[in-house]
Design a protein around this ligand. Structure first.
Ligand code: PEP
Ligand code: MG
Length: 556
């Protein structure tokens, strides 16, 4: 029977495909005793699971080729290591279940490796992966991590962390559905970066059966399960019509009466640039540099590696504007070697600019790499700091930029309410503001952006958030400086009109949203946007603000 579930739509479009679950970390199997007569059967189960996992790793290695093949083959050999297998058999013979015996035998081997010099210690993660695969197979639960599928699928997960998503093959992911997360979570941001439809905060997402065909409508938040052929055809036709209408709208961002609002792209690195160029982005409004830091859990990337990545992005917009955000580590983007592990409230702890001021060498390397990357290019480089709380923060960042000899405009992100309230004071130190509405909502409403249950409060239509946007934009205007939005609020076409009406001077978003925002903005004059903004601010809830703005713009 066709059923419809409703979550929060966070990335436009419709995806139809089979459900594949992101496997969670394997739990420790219970240490229960089995009768002696079951031992042989359990040993058989263990051997079968080991052989199946080894064969699967070999097959994936063949498909991947190159360096990945060598790693996967080494893992397959680990799985079938005769000593490990003998240990598994011994443990089963004295009463362990197959899954518990595998778990314990690998734990003993792991300890041996961990203490056996740097090279072998580095293999511990591979060994853990092999163990998790075997135990998952024995328990009959999904394999941990990204699904092993060579067919396109809709990824269903509890939530997605940046480290998980780094392993995704974007050509296979049709869309996302997550149980947790709000409109500003990393799942939402990643879906927009990949240009795939996504729905987050869907209670019960974990219960969607593996392999079921579902349709994900990322605009409405609807999930259709077991959909009929008619429904499928209807959704596909609507998606195609929408795509054609968008393709007809091109050129720089502007209102109907020609008030220019540059439409910029949010990128995580050079890989996101082609989509930005294709969407007609007028530059980059947020380069989230922390993605360069995810490859190595122990060290920052070298200056040379950073120069190369920055240069690739800068070169893609020779005459355009590129706003690079220095490393924003901590809270939802922890880095092992920088983020304190014992903070009771990481979102309120040492993160963003605070981390960099505690580790000035990391900031210095990043700024020096940026200066080198921009050398000789005509690009209009801007560099900004995340999580600026006050003028003192802004000054410390501007001083570091000057010391590194950076020829760029220095800016501050407005992500903490104090920065919006005292925007004029911050603008004494920097040349522009960029509103990070994701964190600004999190801190204004005391609502963790990773928690689906409070997604109501992360809604950027909340009038209190609109008030803080207005305060920042007014302060920038009074100082003759610019104030953009680079949080996810900019990717909502109707809200983009309201932000423009509030005085925001540029909008930066995941590339896939640019055509939607461009087409909507072009329909209304600046005066209409201003009236819509005033109506939204006069409302008492996000829902009312949205309806009030919609009513003004549609002339009701
Ligand atoms: C924000 O907080 O709005 C923002 C743009 O930064 P991030 O989402 O990377 O924290
Ligand atoms: Mg932020």
């Amino acid at each position: 029977m066709e059923t419809t579930l409703r979550g929060v739509g966070v990335s436009h479009g419709v995806a139809i495909g089979e459900v594949r679950h992101m496997g969670t970390a394997v739990l420790e199997p219970p240490a229960k005793q089995i009768p002696a007569e079951d031992a042989e059967r359990e040993q058989g189960r263990a051997r079968q699971a080991v052989d199946a996992v080894a064969a699967d790793l070999m097959a994936r290695g063949n498909l991947a080729g190159g360096e990945a093949q060598a790693v996967l083959e080494a893992q397959a050999m680990m799985a079938q290591d005769p000593e490990l297998m003998a240990d598994v058999d011994r443990r089963i013979a004295v009463g362990s279940t197959a899954e518990r015996a595998v778990y314990d035998a690998f734990a003993a081997y792991r300890e041996l490796l961990a203490g056996a010099g740097e090279y072998l210690a580095g293999r511990v993660a591979d060994l853990d992966d092999v163990r998790n695969r075997i135990v998952a197979r024995l328990l009959g639960v999904p394999m941990p991590g990204v699904p092993d599928s060579d067919q396109p699928y809709v990824l269903v997960a509890r939530d997605l962390a940046p480290a998980d998503t780094a392993l995704l093959d974007p050509s296979l992911v049709l869309g996302f559905v997550t149980e947790e997360g709000g409109p500003t979570s990393h799942s939402a941001i990643l879906a927009r970066a990949l240009g795939v439809p996504a729905v987050v905060a869907l209670p019960g997402a974990g219960e969607l059966a593996e392999g079921t065909v579902i349709a994900v409508d990322g605009s409405t938040g609807d999930i259709f399960v077991n959909l009929s052929e008619e429904k499928k055809a209807e959704l596909e036709a609507a998606a195609a019509a929408r795509k054609a209408a968008l393709a007809a709208s091109t050129g720089p961002g502007a209102t109907a009466d020609g008030h220019k609002v540059p439409l910029l792209a949010n990128v995580g690195g050079p890989a996101d640039v082609p989509a930005a160029v294709e969407a007609g982005a007028e530059g980059v409004g947020l380069f989230r540099t922390e993605f360069l830091f995810l490859d190595d859990s122990k060290n920052a990337p070298s200056e040379a590696k950073q120069v190369e990545a920055y240069r690739q992005v800068l070169e893609a917009f020779p005459e355009g504007r590129v706003v690079v955000r220095v490393l924003d580590a901590g809270a939802d983007k922890p880095l092992d070697f920088l983020t304190p592990a014992d903070e009771p409230n990481p979102a309120l702890g040492v993160r963003g600019l605070r981390t960099l001021l505690d580790h000035p060498e990391i900031l210095r390397t990043q700024l020096t790499a940026l200066a080198k990357a921009a050398e000789g290019l005509p690009v209009y480089l801007e560099v900004m700091a995340p999580m600026v709380a006050d003028r003192q923060d802004a000054k410390a960042f501007a001083d570091a930029c000057r010391e590194a000899g950076l020829q760029a405009k220095f800016g501050a992100m407005v992500e903490i309410p104090s920065a919006a309230l005292r925007a004029r004071s911050i603008l004494q130190e920097v040349e522009f503001l960029s509103l990070g509405t994701n964190d600004l909502a999190q801190y204004t409403f005391a609502a963790d952006r990773q928690v689906g249950a409070v997604s109501r409060l992360q809604d950027p239509w909340q009038p209190a958030l609109l008030d803080l946007v207005a305060l920042s934009a007014e302060a920038a205007k009074a100082e003759g400086k610019s104030c953009g939005v680079c949080g996810e609020a900019a990717s909502d076409p109707l809200l983009a009109c309201v932000l423009t009406g509030l005085g925001v001077t540029s909008l930066s978003m995941g590339s896939a949203s640019i055509p939607y925002v461009r087409a909507t903005l072009a329909k209304y004059t600046l005066a209409q946007c201003e009236r819509a903004a005033a109506a939204a601010r006069a409302a008492d809830s996000a829902e009312e603000a949205r309806s009030a703005a919609q009513a003004v713009l549609s002339g009701e």
